[in-house]
Design a protein around this ligand. Structure first.
Ligand code: HEM
Length: 417
């Protein structure tokens, strides 16, 4: 049955919700715009056990509660086993997951996060803004000279990679090589990742890990004024990070620092161009910019799915989820839940109290959220200030991925006339 055929009593058709979910795996076009499918899933059964094994949640409140529930957490081994990848330890791209803060539980998670969290506080981000604004201005100069261009290549990628690269101390000339390598690795986190995807990601992961090991050796010999040097020198209560932990954490920060923010900028500009009334309103009222970025994060988030392993039995909306289960929280679906957001499919830059789930929630709440918001506001605000006319130069195309949602290209005409 197709999602459009959902009719019977809402909330009681897990097999319909599952068929809709599976259609996302089969159909690339549905992955590019998953929201109609998410809606069909939520209406058929907002909580159901998928034929992939795990439970699936599409409502805001359910996702929010599970992400914050201490009876759940991360279980990389369990996730890999559930995905049928029992040899994951032999794959550099997958073995990485088991050591990273993103997939750790307390107390190891607390320890890794504490050692880097102070670099991303609102005050630090505020102090970075003049430098970030100068980067945006320089990138917009180039777009202006060209009368437009591919925004992904000319602003959405170079801004965040420059900001996080400068913070960490990754030399400028080496940064572009990480774009494809990181993207290859995001594919291993997609539902139904193939052995071929994993093979490509392994080669990229090995290269990135070797690169970071060499970089750390270099920082040890020639300390800089950057985070990687800071991590080498960090001593908190006698604790310090091992070289392996610095490589894992540095790579996570670098990859997460650009990949998702690139897509915040791309998806955000795309949403505004396809909603000209909201674009016009934002042009008139620049005071709405901060709010608009929250709404853009809600409307088309760059991370669509995360999840938790359940360590003790829990109950969600009358369903008993036993210990040992995996739960997928569909963030993009939660952000369109009508019980939380009035008229959720409408982009509304005046919407107040948005608080999307786009950065997750609980102890793994995105460490770079302040930075991403700051970059998003500067990129989108300054783009609109600089050009009175911004149009698609060709039909934009989303990537074929579901979990990491972003544009392949975003070719624009940018002019002042
Ligand atoms: C729009 C941009 C971004 C989005 C949508 C995003 C999204 C997310 C989400 C959903 C999580 C939580 C995953 C979970 O609970 O399983 C997360 C965690 C994380 N993010 Fe972001 N992120 C963004 C930008 C950034 C930036 C700029 C950085 C780095 C500077 C960053 C670093 C991290 C780290 C280190 C974690 C793991 C935190 C932990 O496990 O405690 N992110 N991000």
């Amino acid at each position: 049955m197709t999602p459009d055929a959902v009719e019977a009593t809402p909330g009681t058709q897990p097999e319909v919700a599952d068929a809709a979910f599976m259609s996302l795996l089969m159909d690339v076009d549905k992955r590019r715009n998953p929201y109609p499918v998410f809606r069909a899933m939520r209406e058929a059964a907002p909580v159901f056990q998928s034929s992939l094994g795990g439970w699936v949640l599409t409502r805001y409140e359910d996702c929010y509660n599970v992400l914050r529930d201490p009876r759940g957490g991360k279980d990389w081994n369990g996730l890999m086993m559930q995905s049928g990848i029992d040899d994951w330890r032999e794959h550099p791209s997958l073995a990485f997951g088991s050591r990273s803060m993103l997939f750790a539980n307390p107390p190891q998670h607390t320890r890794l996060r504490r050692l880097v969290a102070k670099a991303f506080t609102p005050r630090v981000v505020e102090a970075l803004k003049p430098r970030m604004a100068a980067v945006v201005d320089r990138l917009l100069d180039e777009i202006e000279r060209n009368g437009g261009g591919d925004l992904m290549d000319m602003l959405a990628f170079p801004l965040p990679v420059t900001v996080i690269g400068d913070l960490l101390g990754v030399p400028e000339a080496d940064r572009p090589s990480f774009r494809d390598a990181v993207r290859a690795n995001t594919r291993t986190l997609e539902l139904g990742a193939s052995r071929e995807d994993i093979g490509i990601a392994d080669r990229a992961a090995l290269w990135m890990q070797d690169y970071f090991h060499a970089l750390i050796a270099d920082k040890r010999a020639h300390p800089g004024n950057d985070m990687l040097t800071g991590m080498l020198e960090a001593e908190e209560g006698g604790d310090h990070l091992s070289d392996g932990e610095i490589v894992e954490t540095g790579l996570l920060l670098f990859a997460a620092g650009f990949e998702t923010t690139t897509n915040l900028i791309g998806n955000g500009v795309h949403a505004l161009l396809t909603h000209p009334d909201q674009l016009a309103l934002l042009r008139q009222r620049s005071d709405l910019l901060g709010n608009a970025v929250e709404e853009l994060l809600r409307f088309d988030p760059s991370i669509q799915i995360t999840g938790r392993a359940i360590f003790e039995d829990i109950e969600i909306a009358g369903h008993r989820i036993p210990a040992g289960s995996g739960v997928m929280t569909l963030l993009g679906a939660a952000n369109r839940d009508p019980a939380r957001f009035a008229d959720p499919d409408r982009l509304d830059v005046t919407r107040t109290g948005v608080e999307p789930l786009s950065f997750g929630s609980g102890i793994h709440y995105c460490l770079g959220a302040n930075l991403a918001r700051g970059e998003g506001c500067l990129a989108i605000g300054k783009l609109l200030e600089r050009f009175s006319r911004i149009e698609f130069a060709e039909e934009p195309r989303f990537r074929d991925q579901l979990g990491f949602h972003g544009l392949e290209t975003l070719r624009l005409v940018c002019a002042n006339d």
